[in-house]
Design a binder for this molecule. Structure first.
Ligand code: ATP
Length: 222
């Protein structure tokens, strides 16, 4: 489903990915670990089509993901609907006037019928217990509340692949348990998960496949 072939990426002179080969099948739950600065966030940006290989190739469902390919609006829309990316910093993701608008934004962009937009929005608000926050502007919420809203936004898109960067960071224990249960159910439903985490317990509970990146910016399956 996801295939990286000898992918390199550099920020000007700063190498961040070195000849990365990676195969992820539908339904896998891949956990990626590695020290600070080894290239994990860069890899996630690349998988999400925000940056592109300087060398090598990235294929999603046999389509090569390049800057040129994503200039095709139909293709880009399809690809971005398949990939749900939960940012580490929720602030970069939230921009609507209210939490409810924020969660409904994706389904509206997908041009879903109004009743389905409403249903998905309500389901996601309920899932994260944030119905009470629906009228509030997202930028006035606490860090943990913002995280719940950004997770609800991504899940309202019902993505095929969910990419998570330290998903439990900043959440209280009850919300961590709820999110972990959700992620396990999401995976059981045949969806694909890619998680970056330093949290060993989360890695063990969620992962079916494990990869480690090293300080040389190389990736190895373990
Ligand atoms: N915008 C940028 N410009 C220049 N160099 C960058 C940029 N972003 C990241 N880097 C560099 O690329 C390398 C990989 O960074 P990346 O953020 O992918 O690491 P990471 O494994 O996610 O780190 P952490 O665990 O600390 O979040 C690092 O050496 C970093 O300094």
């Amino acid at each position: 489903m996801i295939r990286l072939e000898k992918v390199c990426f550099a920020y000007e002179k700063e190498i961040a990915l070195r000849y990365v080969d990676l195969h992820i099948e539908k339904g896998d739950s891949l956990v990626i670990q590695g020290p600070n600065g080894c290239g994990k966030s860069t890899l996630i940006k690349l998988l999400n089509g925000i940056i592109f290989p300087s060398e090598g190739h990235y294929f999603y469902k046999d389509h090569e993901i390049t800057e040129k390919a994503l200039k095709d609006r139909q293709f880009a829309k399809w690809f971005h609907q398949q990939m749900g990316y939960v940012f580490q910093n929720a602030d970069t993701q939230l921009f609507c006037g209210s939490v409810e608008e924020e969660v409904a934004f994706g389904p509206i962009q997908m041009r879903l019928p109004e009743a389905e937009v409403r249903e998905r929005t309500e389901d996601c608000l309920r899932l994260f217990g944030i119905e009470k926050l629906r009228e509030r502007p997202p930028y006035h919420l606490s860090g943990g509340e913002k995280r719940k809203v950004s997770l609800a936004c991504i899940l309202s898109l019902n993505p095929e692949v969910l990419i998570l960067d330290e998903p439990l960071a900043g959440l209280d224990e009850k919300t961590q348990d709820m999110l972990l249960t959700f992620l396990k159910d999401f995976h059981r439903a045949g969806k694909t998960l890619i998680t970056i985490t330093h949290n060993r317990q989360l890695a063990e509970e969620l992962g079916t496949h494990f990869a480690v990146m090293n300080e040389e910016h190389e990736l190895k399956m373990v």
